[in-house]
Design a protein around this ligand. Structure first.
Ligand code: ATP
Ligand code: MG
Length: 415
């Protein structure tokens, strides 16, 4: 079953309001495994709404039209649907009575205009209102269907979930189509979007036309997401398909980039780090210069962080790196300084692991190093390692990238 959304309202065409209804419906349809193949916008004009509906019905199986069900003269969706169905509108006394009762309960008389909201195309089924006045409609057109929903988002979302989604799923089952859909997101750090697309390109093509799809989503300083979506006959079969595809994709990524997958679905870099620290009964102390506490802040956002997080030192001034952390004299934007900071953090904070960051956020260079130069130091017991990074962007971006990069250095060392 393929669906088209038709959003009605001149204010949408004029850009006076954003079409959040189509956005919401698109997300909901994807979530229940119904494919939405077109969106249209049309103004409050009878002939053009009729044309929009006919166009939609010609190329899809079900049309969701939203807006224009109100009581005013420019609310003409009902009339347009009746024309497309080639039937007349019949006033439904129960609807009018219900609207009148609603006005009465608020101490007002129903304006005559509102009676129009009781007009129903002959042969349509009414979706009763629970939140406003205009009822929705389920209008059969041959073996296809037009669902009419009110434009008010609060009313639309409730009515879609209660009446439209179940009807679409029933149609899908009747058509013998599988409706089980599940997604899984692999979260990565360390590859470029084009690199990912290149690595997974042949897999992407091999899946074409099948029950599994791969999509890439850039999420800025949180890395790149690879979303796998599978369709199947039931939940167990779909999950099994997804497991199989996840293994294939992980192997391809590992082969090309190494250990770039840090989490699945809602897992973040800090929850991944937390799980690894907990599993090996490690405790962590951090020493931050360029990130000024951002690393500590991300870590303590994880519930239960006190089980493994000892604390942090924001050693911003060079002499504080020396006096508090014992960093020897010399350049402070360097691998040696980062490692010394990490050992210092471990000692001062009494943790088994020390993680440290020093670098240049910009906009000015420091110690002849350009903005974006960042060193991460890691001390695990007496052993140490470091990473040198060149990060893009302005001051805030460099600090954000440095934060997640440092956490990633720790994650890789523990995995
Ligand atoms: P009403 O009974 O309020 O007249 P209606 O079904 O006639 O509802 P519209 O008149 O088209 O719907 O829109 C009512 C309000 O809902 C608009 O003023 C707008 O704020 C909001 N709205 C309409 N369409 C959309 C949309 N596509 N996306 C987001 N909001 C919308
Ligand atoms: Mg209206």
């Amino acid at each position: 079953v393929r669906v088209e959304i038709v959003a009605v309202g001149t204010e949408l065409l004029l850009g006076q309001i954003a079409d959040t209804n189509s956005q919401h419906l698109g997300q909901q349809l994807a979530g229940i495994g119904v494919s939405c193949t077109y969106h249209q916008h049309v103004g409050d004009n009878h002939d053009r709404i009729v044309l929009a509906l006919r166009t939609a019905l010609a190329r899809t199986d079900a049309v969701i039209v939203c807006g224009g069900l109100g009581p005013t003269q420019d609310d003409i969706t009902r009339e347009a649907i009746a024309e497309v169905m080639n039937v007349s509108l019949e006033r439904d006394g129960t609807i009018v009575a219900a609207i009148a009762a609603m006005f009465k309960s608020r101490g007002r008389d129903m304006p005559d205009n509102n009676a129009r909201q009781g007009d129903v195309p002959a042969g349509a089924t009414v979706i009763p209102q629970r939140r406003g006045t205009a009822p929705g409609l389920i209008c059969p057109v041959g073996n296809k269907v037009v669902y009419a929903l009110p434009g008010v988002p609060y009313e639309l979302t409730e009515m879609f979930a209660r009446a439209v989604a179940p009807d679409l799923l029933a149609r899908q089952r009747a058509a013998g189509e599988t409706a089980h859909i599940q997604s899984r997101v692999l979260r990565t750090w360390g590859a470029s979007e084009s690199g990912l697309a290149d690595a997974l390109g042949s897999r992407f093509n091999a899946l074409e036309g099948g029950t599994v799809t791969i999509a890439f989503l850039a999420s800025g300083i949180e890395g790149l997401k690879v979303r796998l979506t599978a369709r199947g006959d039931d939940a167990a079969a779909t999950a099994a398909t997804l497991d199989g595809e996840e293994a294939v994709v992980r192997a391809i990524l590992k082969d090309r980039f190494g250990d770039i997958v840090f989490g699945v679905d809602e897992q973040t870099m800090e929850t991944a780090v937390a799980a690894l620290l907990l599993a090996e009964s490690h405790t962590l102390g951090v020493a931050e210069s360029v990130t000024g506490g951002l690393i500590a802040s991300r870590l303590v956002s994880v519930p239960g962080a006190s089980a493994w997080f000892r604390g942090g030192v924001v050693s911003y001034a060079s002499d504080v790196k020396g006096s508090v952390l014992g960093v020897p004299d010399g350049p402070v934007v360097s691998a040696d300084a980062a490692i010394a900071m990490a050992h210092g953090a471990r000692r001062v904070l009494g943790s088994t692991i020390g993680l440290a960051v020093t670098g240049v956020a910009g906009p000015e260079p420091q110690e002849d190093q350009p903005p974006g130069t960042v060193f991460v130091g890691l001390a695990i017991g007496e052993a140490s390692q470091h990473a040198s990074l060149t990060l893009p962007g302005d001051r805030q971006r460099v600090r954000d990238y440095a934060t997640i990069s440092a956490l990633d250095v720790l994650r890789r060392a523990l995995s």
